[in-house]
Design a protein around this ligand. Structure first.
Ligand code: ADP
Ligand code: MG
Ligand code: MG
Length: 250
């Protein structure tokens, strides 16, 4: 589904990704871990096509298409979605409006008609209940005054509504208490299907107790220094990251 080869990327003239190779098959959940500043967020942003990142080498293909040639909206319509693509507050634009517009854009790209309002309301109410979110949330402006936890829940709500083929989730556990994290993790687990892939970026092992990944990769200084399964995440929790670097230098 996703194939990344020797990816290099810069942010503001600073080399951040220095040769990332990663292949994700349909249905797999991959976790990217690594110390602060390793380039984890940069990797997910480059896959999603966010602005401000310059790819200086390598390739990313998604279902055989050259992802790097596609605009961020095209990628989203092809099914590559990063949580919270409206990172800033948009005063006056209601959350429900944006969710519906995003769903209709996706349907249009698939040659489908707009979703009828009653059907959309049924869908969204169902997903809200699953995420233990209040209906009043829909009427609030996008991100306006949202707490960290609300933003994270909204991010997963967006995924549940838009059903991407590849979901990119960056630090969805940051700032969440344990109950909120469980709700978010249940939302992510409900996204798991045979043909959907998920890339989770997380600094902490804790989240992976609830969303058990098929593969764990450790990104250090812009490269994947080690890959393994869930056991690698547990090892990182007890030993930190230094031993991987030492192993590399030895
Ligand atoms: P991680 O998510 O692993 O903590 P990031 O991908 O956020 O790492 O950042 C990698 C490096 O890129 C860091 O050194 C960070 O300071 C730098 N960086 C990230 N975004 C920007 C930006 N917008 N402007 C300047 N430097 C940035
Ligand atoms: Mg960081
Ligand atoms: Mg980050």
């Amino acid at each position: 589904m996703l194939e990344i080869k020797d990816l290099h990327a810069k942010v503001e003239d600073k080399a951040i990704l220095k040769g990332v190779d990663l292949t994700i098959a349909p249905g797999e959940v991959h976790a990217i871990m690594g110390p602060n500043g390793a380039g984890k967020s940069t990797l997910s942003a480059v896959i999603a096509g966010k602005e401000g990142y310059e790819v200086t080498g390598g390739s990313i293909t998604f279902e055989g298409r050259d992802l790097l040639e596609m605009e961020v909206e095209e990628r989203a319509q092809a099914g590559v979605l990063m949580g919270f693509q409206y990172p800033v507050e948009i005063p006056g634009v209601k959350n429900v409006y944006l969710l519906r517009a995003a769903l209709n854009a996706k349907r249009k790209a698939q040659g489908l008609d707009e979703i009828p309002a009653p059907e959309f309301m049924r869908l969204i109410k169902d997903k809200l209940a699953f995420m233990k979110m209040d209906g009043a949330f829909l009427q609030r402006a996008v991100n306006e005054g949202f707490s960290g936890g609300e933003k994270k829940r909204n991010e997963i709500l967006q995924m549940l509504v838009l059903e991407p083929k590849l979901a990119l989730l960056d630090e969805i556990d940051s700032g969440l208490d344990i109950d909120a994290m469980k709700v978010v993790a249940e939302g992510v687990n409900s996204l798991r299907t045979e043909d959907r892939s998920i890339l989770i970026v997380t600094h902490y092992q804790r989240l992976l107790d609830y969303i058990v990944p098929d593969y764990v990769h450790v990104l250090i200084d812009g490269r994947i220094a080690r890959s393994g399964d869930k056991g690698l995440a547990l090892e990182l929790e007890s030993r930190g990251y230094d031993w991987i670097l030492e192993g590399e230098h030895a």
